[in-house]
Design a protein around this ligand. Structure first.
Ligand SMILES: Cc1ncc(COP(=O)(O)O)c(C=O)c1O
Length: 395
């Protein structure tokens, strides 16, 4: 079981012949950077999620930066989000000279607590934008968030890095706010290695992003070299960024997009399997079984009072059994940068802290075989049962 080849990685991309052929097509075409593949990917993506505009970029981090910039966020502004996320969510706020206002998470969803959001907006008039994260693929409380957006007339930018391709009441996550940003990083629900997509229905936001993602030039690189009116002329209208998605990546993305729905159904099967196998275990809290989850991550929580070992030791034993796991997330408020910059203490966001100390993520990706799923579940069960602490009544 412990031989290297038997190791079950925590995450693996699902790539096939189609992606290989697509990349070869681009390599042989003579056009490697942003061009007709990126244009086609954008059109296909926009059609898929039902957005007016889709803008391909080289990461979701770039996409979040551009979306906030286009929403008018600048120095001195505040953007409200949760500390229970990857650092990209908050670092882009700092890129713009603005500050994150962290609010704690709901203990059952690990997403921003709408009551805490409501309080933050009432107390802090400098908050100019709401940045919810659909953590692990679980939708943030969008009904409440959109009500508060209306009440305070501020934009909502969705960090939908984990959320493709889940739809909620017929609308895709990422299309519910003013703009949404998906990630195609190597471990995400569809991948281009590195990459991202911004979607919006707003003409001004889309126009601003189109200019700012390529040096602040008001013409697309593809037009400059290949359109009938091609010329060496271009105009720089802003000090923009270099965030465009090259065609090699876009070609991969077009193939991954076709597989998005099948990937989601396989992820759902794996989540259902874990639910069935691990559901009765007294030492574990599982995510609620749900169709309403993109299942980028399968996050479980150890009940410390029911286990004689802590989470870190638990994960060491998982590794010894040949199973890769991870921890999502180390909350940002305990990271050295945010502690130093804003003077946060660990107990400032007790839910985020507690969840972090007890969670771990199990492998969940389309290529995981039945046999591998059963090995994962058996390992969790065996480790938990051999370190079970029976406490008090009912145990
Ligand atoms: C919640 C969240 N937002 C944003 C990002 C940034 O994505 P990317 O790596 O595509 O820049 C990530 C990456 O893991 C993420 O987890």
């Amino acid at each position: 079981m412990n031989r290297k080849s038997d190791f079950i990685p925590f995450a693996l991309p699902s790539l096939g012949e189609e992606e290989e052929q697509a990349v070869l097509r681009v390599l042989r075409s003579g056009w490697l950077t942003t061009g007709k593949e990126a244009k086609a990917f954008e059109q296909e993506f926009a059609d898929y999620v039902g957005a007016r505009y889709a803008l391909a970029v080289n990461s979701a981090t770039a996409g979040l930066h551009l979306a906030l910039e286009a929403a008018g966020i600048g120095p001195g502004d505040k953007v409200v989000t949760t500390p229970y996320t990857f650092t990209a969510t908050a670092e882009v706020i700092r890129y713009l000279g603005a500050d994150p206002v962290f609010i704690d998470i709901d203990l059952s969803t690990y997403n921003m607590d709408p009551a805490a959001l409501s309080r933050a907006l009432a107390e802090n008039r400098k908050i100019k934008c709401i940045l919810p994260v659909h953590i692990g693929g679980k939708p943030a409380a969008m009904d409440e968030i959109l009500k508060l957006k209306k009440k305070y007339t501020i934009p909502v930018i969705e960090d939908a890095a984990h959320a493709f391709p889940l739809s909620l009441k017929g609308k895709f996550l990422g299309t519910l706010g003013d703009a949404g940003v998906y990630s195609f990083y190597a471990t995400k629900t569809i991948t281009t290695g590195e990459g991202g997509m911004i979607v919006t229905d707003n003409d001004e936001i889309a126009g601003r992003i189109a200019v700012m993602r390529l040096h602040g030039i008001d013409r697309e690189i593809w037009d400059r070299y290949t359109s009938k009116k091609a010329s060496w002329q271009y105009r720089v209208v802003e000090a923009g960024f270099k965030y465009n998605m090259p065609d090699i990546l876009a070609a991969m993305g077009r193939e991954q997009l076709k597989k998005g729905a099948a990937f989601l159904s396989r992820r759902r099967q794996i989540a259902a399997y874990y639910e069935k196998e691990l559901g009765g275990l007294d030492f574990l809290i599982l995510p609620p079984p749900s169709e309403l989850n993109a299942w980028h991550l399968y996050i479980v929580r150890l009940k410390e009072e029911k286990c004689t070992i802590g989470r870190d030791t638990f994960l060491r034993y998982m590794k010894e059994k040949g199973i890769g796991t991870s921890v999502h997330y180390i909350p940002l408020h305990i990271m050295p940068y945010y502690r130093k910059k804003y003077g946060f203490k660990p107990e400032d966001f007790p839910h985020a802290l507690h969840v972090y100390q007890t969670v771990f993520s199990l492998p969940i990706y389309p290529g995981l075989t039945e046999e591998q799923c059963s090995r994962v579940a058996a390992a969790v069960r065996a480790i938990g049962e051999s370190h079970y602490r029976s406490t008090g009544r009912g145990s």
